[in-house]
Design a binder for this molecule. Structure first.
Ligand code: PLP
Length: 393
């Protein structure tokens, strides 16, 4: 096969496209990570991250670890072996956060949700109301389930916890929602948020963070789980991160400074509006394919379809991985695969981070070509529907 020419359209739902400005900011020599210049930069970045999280009172602690590290930090700092947590089951990522909790000896209870739907907050409220002894120490929710492209209702989950009069901590994974659509840590009284670098923050993978409000910080003082690298008590002084247990990942901070400046220049609300527009255009395109018996948007409830990625469900008898392979090798469009139980059933189009309209349209055109080459039936007019949507806004 002849080599591909031109740009690759990288449409993974994380890692995402890394802007040149971020890459260039990271191309620097190392410095003394205890020196005043780096410490000032680190502090300024952590402060700005609080603005993205919409919190005034949470302690943000960053780790030289991918999102799994921040998951581990959330569990190790807040709980003791044998304690019970309620995990809102949303897909692959909720299951892996639950597996982290189980590995620390926690008793994990799952609140099941049909795989194509968003969390039913009524069921959450009912379960908590039945927990008269308050055995459940925390509710864990993945705000944007990256394996299904479904947004789960965090504000409404908080309201359900309150309505049940339950004191459980509320933990939210914002890894693939932060800086793509709205997340309000203080307003929703999220006790602990988990974030990652490689999605809406447009950085390479390898850095993650937690943001803990005073209730979570207090819980960490008495938790008995073993911990060292992720132990806030080794890192936080006077309400802020004062050190890393090991070497500070300074280049991530150089990149983060540039990424945060880009978000600030565009304006967070404009960033959200752009993500919304690109997501709606993607869904309009997929809907047109579906109208001809083709692949469809995996999220069944349109109000909960994610603005950061779209998982696309193949019609019976057609393999998503075959389409992905053609898209990548013939047309230079890289798509996310279906994870675990969804492997082969869905492909995922990431539309978060550093992306604009022509990039999305080019990628959708490439996917449509791949679908045709793979012999998948599709309705016509997908690209036009996407353009109509983008032109109308
Ligand atoms: N949580 C969510 C919602 C994710 O999408 C991911 C990764 O894609 C993770 C957690 C795990 O993060 P990582 O792969 O960076 O360890």
């Amino acid at each position: 096969m002849s080599p591909l020419r031109g740009w690759q359209f990288f449409m993974h739902p994380g890692p995402t496209n890394i802007p040149q400005r971020v890459l260039q900011a990271m191309a620097r020599p190392a410095v003394d990570f205890t020196g005043s210049a780096f410490v000032a930069l680190r502090d300024a970045c952590l402060e700005k991250l609080r603005r993205v999280l919409k919190t005034d009172n949470a302690v943000v602690v960053a780790y030289a670890a991918s999102g799994n590290g921040a998951w581990e930090a959330s569990i190790a700092n807040l709980f003791s072996p044998g304690e019970r947590v309620l995990v809102c089951e949303s897909g692959y990522f909720s299951r892996n956060w639950a597996a982290t909790a189980a590995a620390f000896g926690l008793e994990v209870e799952s609140l099941p949700t049909p795989e194509r739907d968003a969390l039913d907050v009524g069921l959450l409220g009912e379960r908590l109301a039945r927990d008269a002894q308050h055995a459940i120490k925390a509710v864990l929710l993945v705000h944007n389930e990256t394996s299904t492209g479904i947004r789960h209702p965090a504000a409404e989950a908080r309201a359900a916890i309150d309505a049940a009069g339950h004191p459980a901590l509320f933990l939210v994974d914002t890894i693939s929602s932060l800086a793509s659509y709205d997340f309000r840590m203080d307003e929703w009284r999220v006790d602990l948020a988990v974030g990652g670098a490689q999605k809406g923050l447009m950085l390479p993978p390898g850095m993650s963070f937690t943001a803990a409000n005073p209730k979570a910080v207090a819980a960490a003082q008495t938790a008995r789980s073993p911990r060292r690298y992720f132990d806030w008590r080794n890192m936080v002084k006077d309400g802020r991160q004062a050190s890393f247990v090991g070497t500070a990942p300074m280049h991530f901070f150089y990149g983060l400074e540039a990424a945060l400046a880009m978000l600030e220049e565009e304006g967070l609300e404009n960033v959200f509006a752009r993500h919304r527009r690109l997501a709606q255009a993607t869904r309009a395109c997929v809907d047109a394919w579906a109208a001809g018996g083709g692949p469809e948007v995996f999220a069944r409830q349109r109000a909960f379809a994610s603005d950061s990625l779209t998982a696309v469900l193949m019609p019976q008898g057609h393999d998503a991985d075959r389409v992905r392979e053609i898209a990548e090798t013939r047309y230079g469009v890289a798509l996310g695969r279906g994870l675990a139980t969804l492997q082969g059933r869905v492909f995922r189009i990431g539309h978060m981070g550093d992306l604009n309209e022509p990039m999305l349209l080019g990628a959708l055109a490439g996917v449509e070509l791949a679908l045709r080459d793979a012999g998948v039936p599709i309705g016509r007019g997908g690209l036009e529907a996407a353009q109509d949507l983008l032109a109308a806004h």
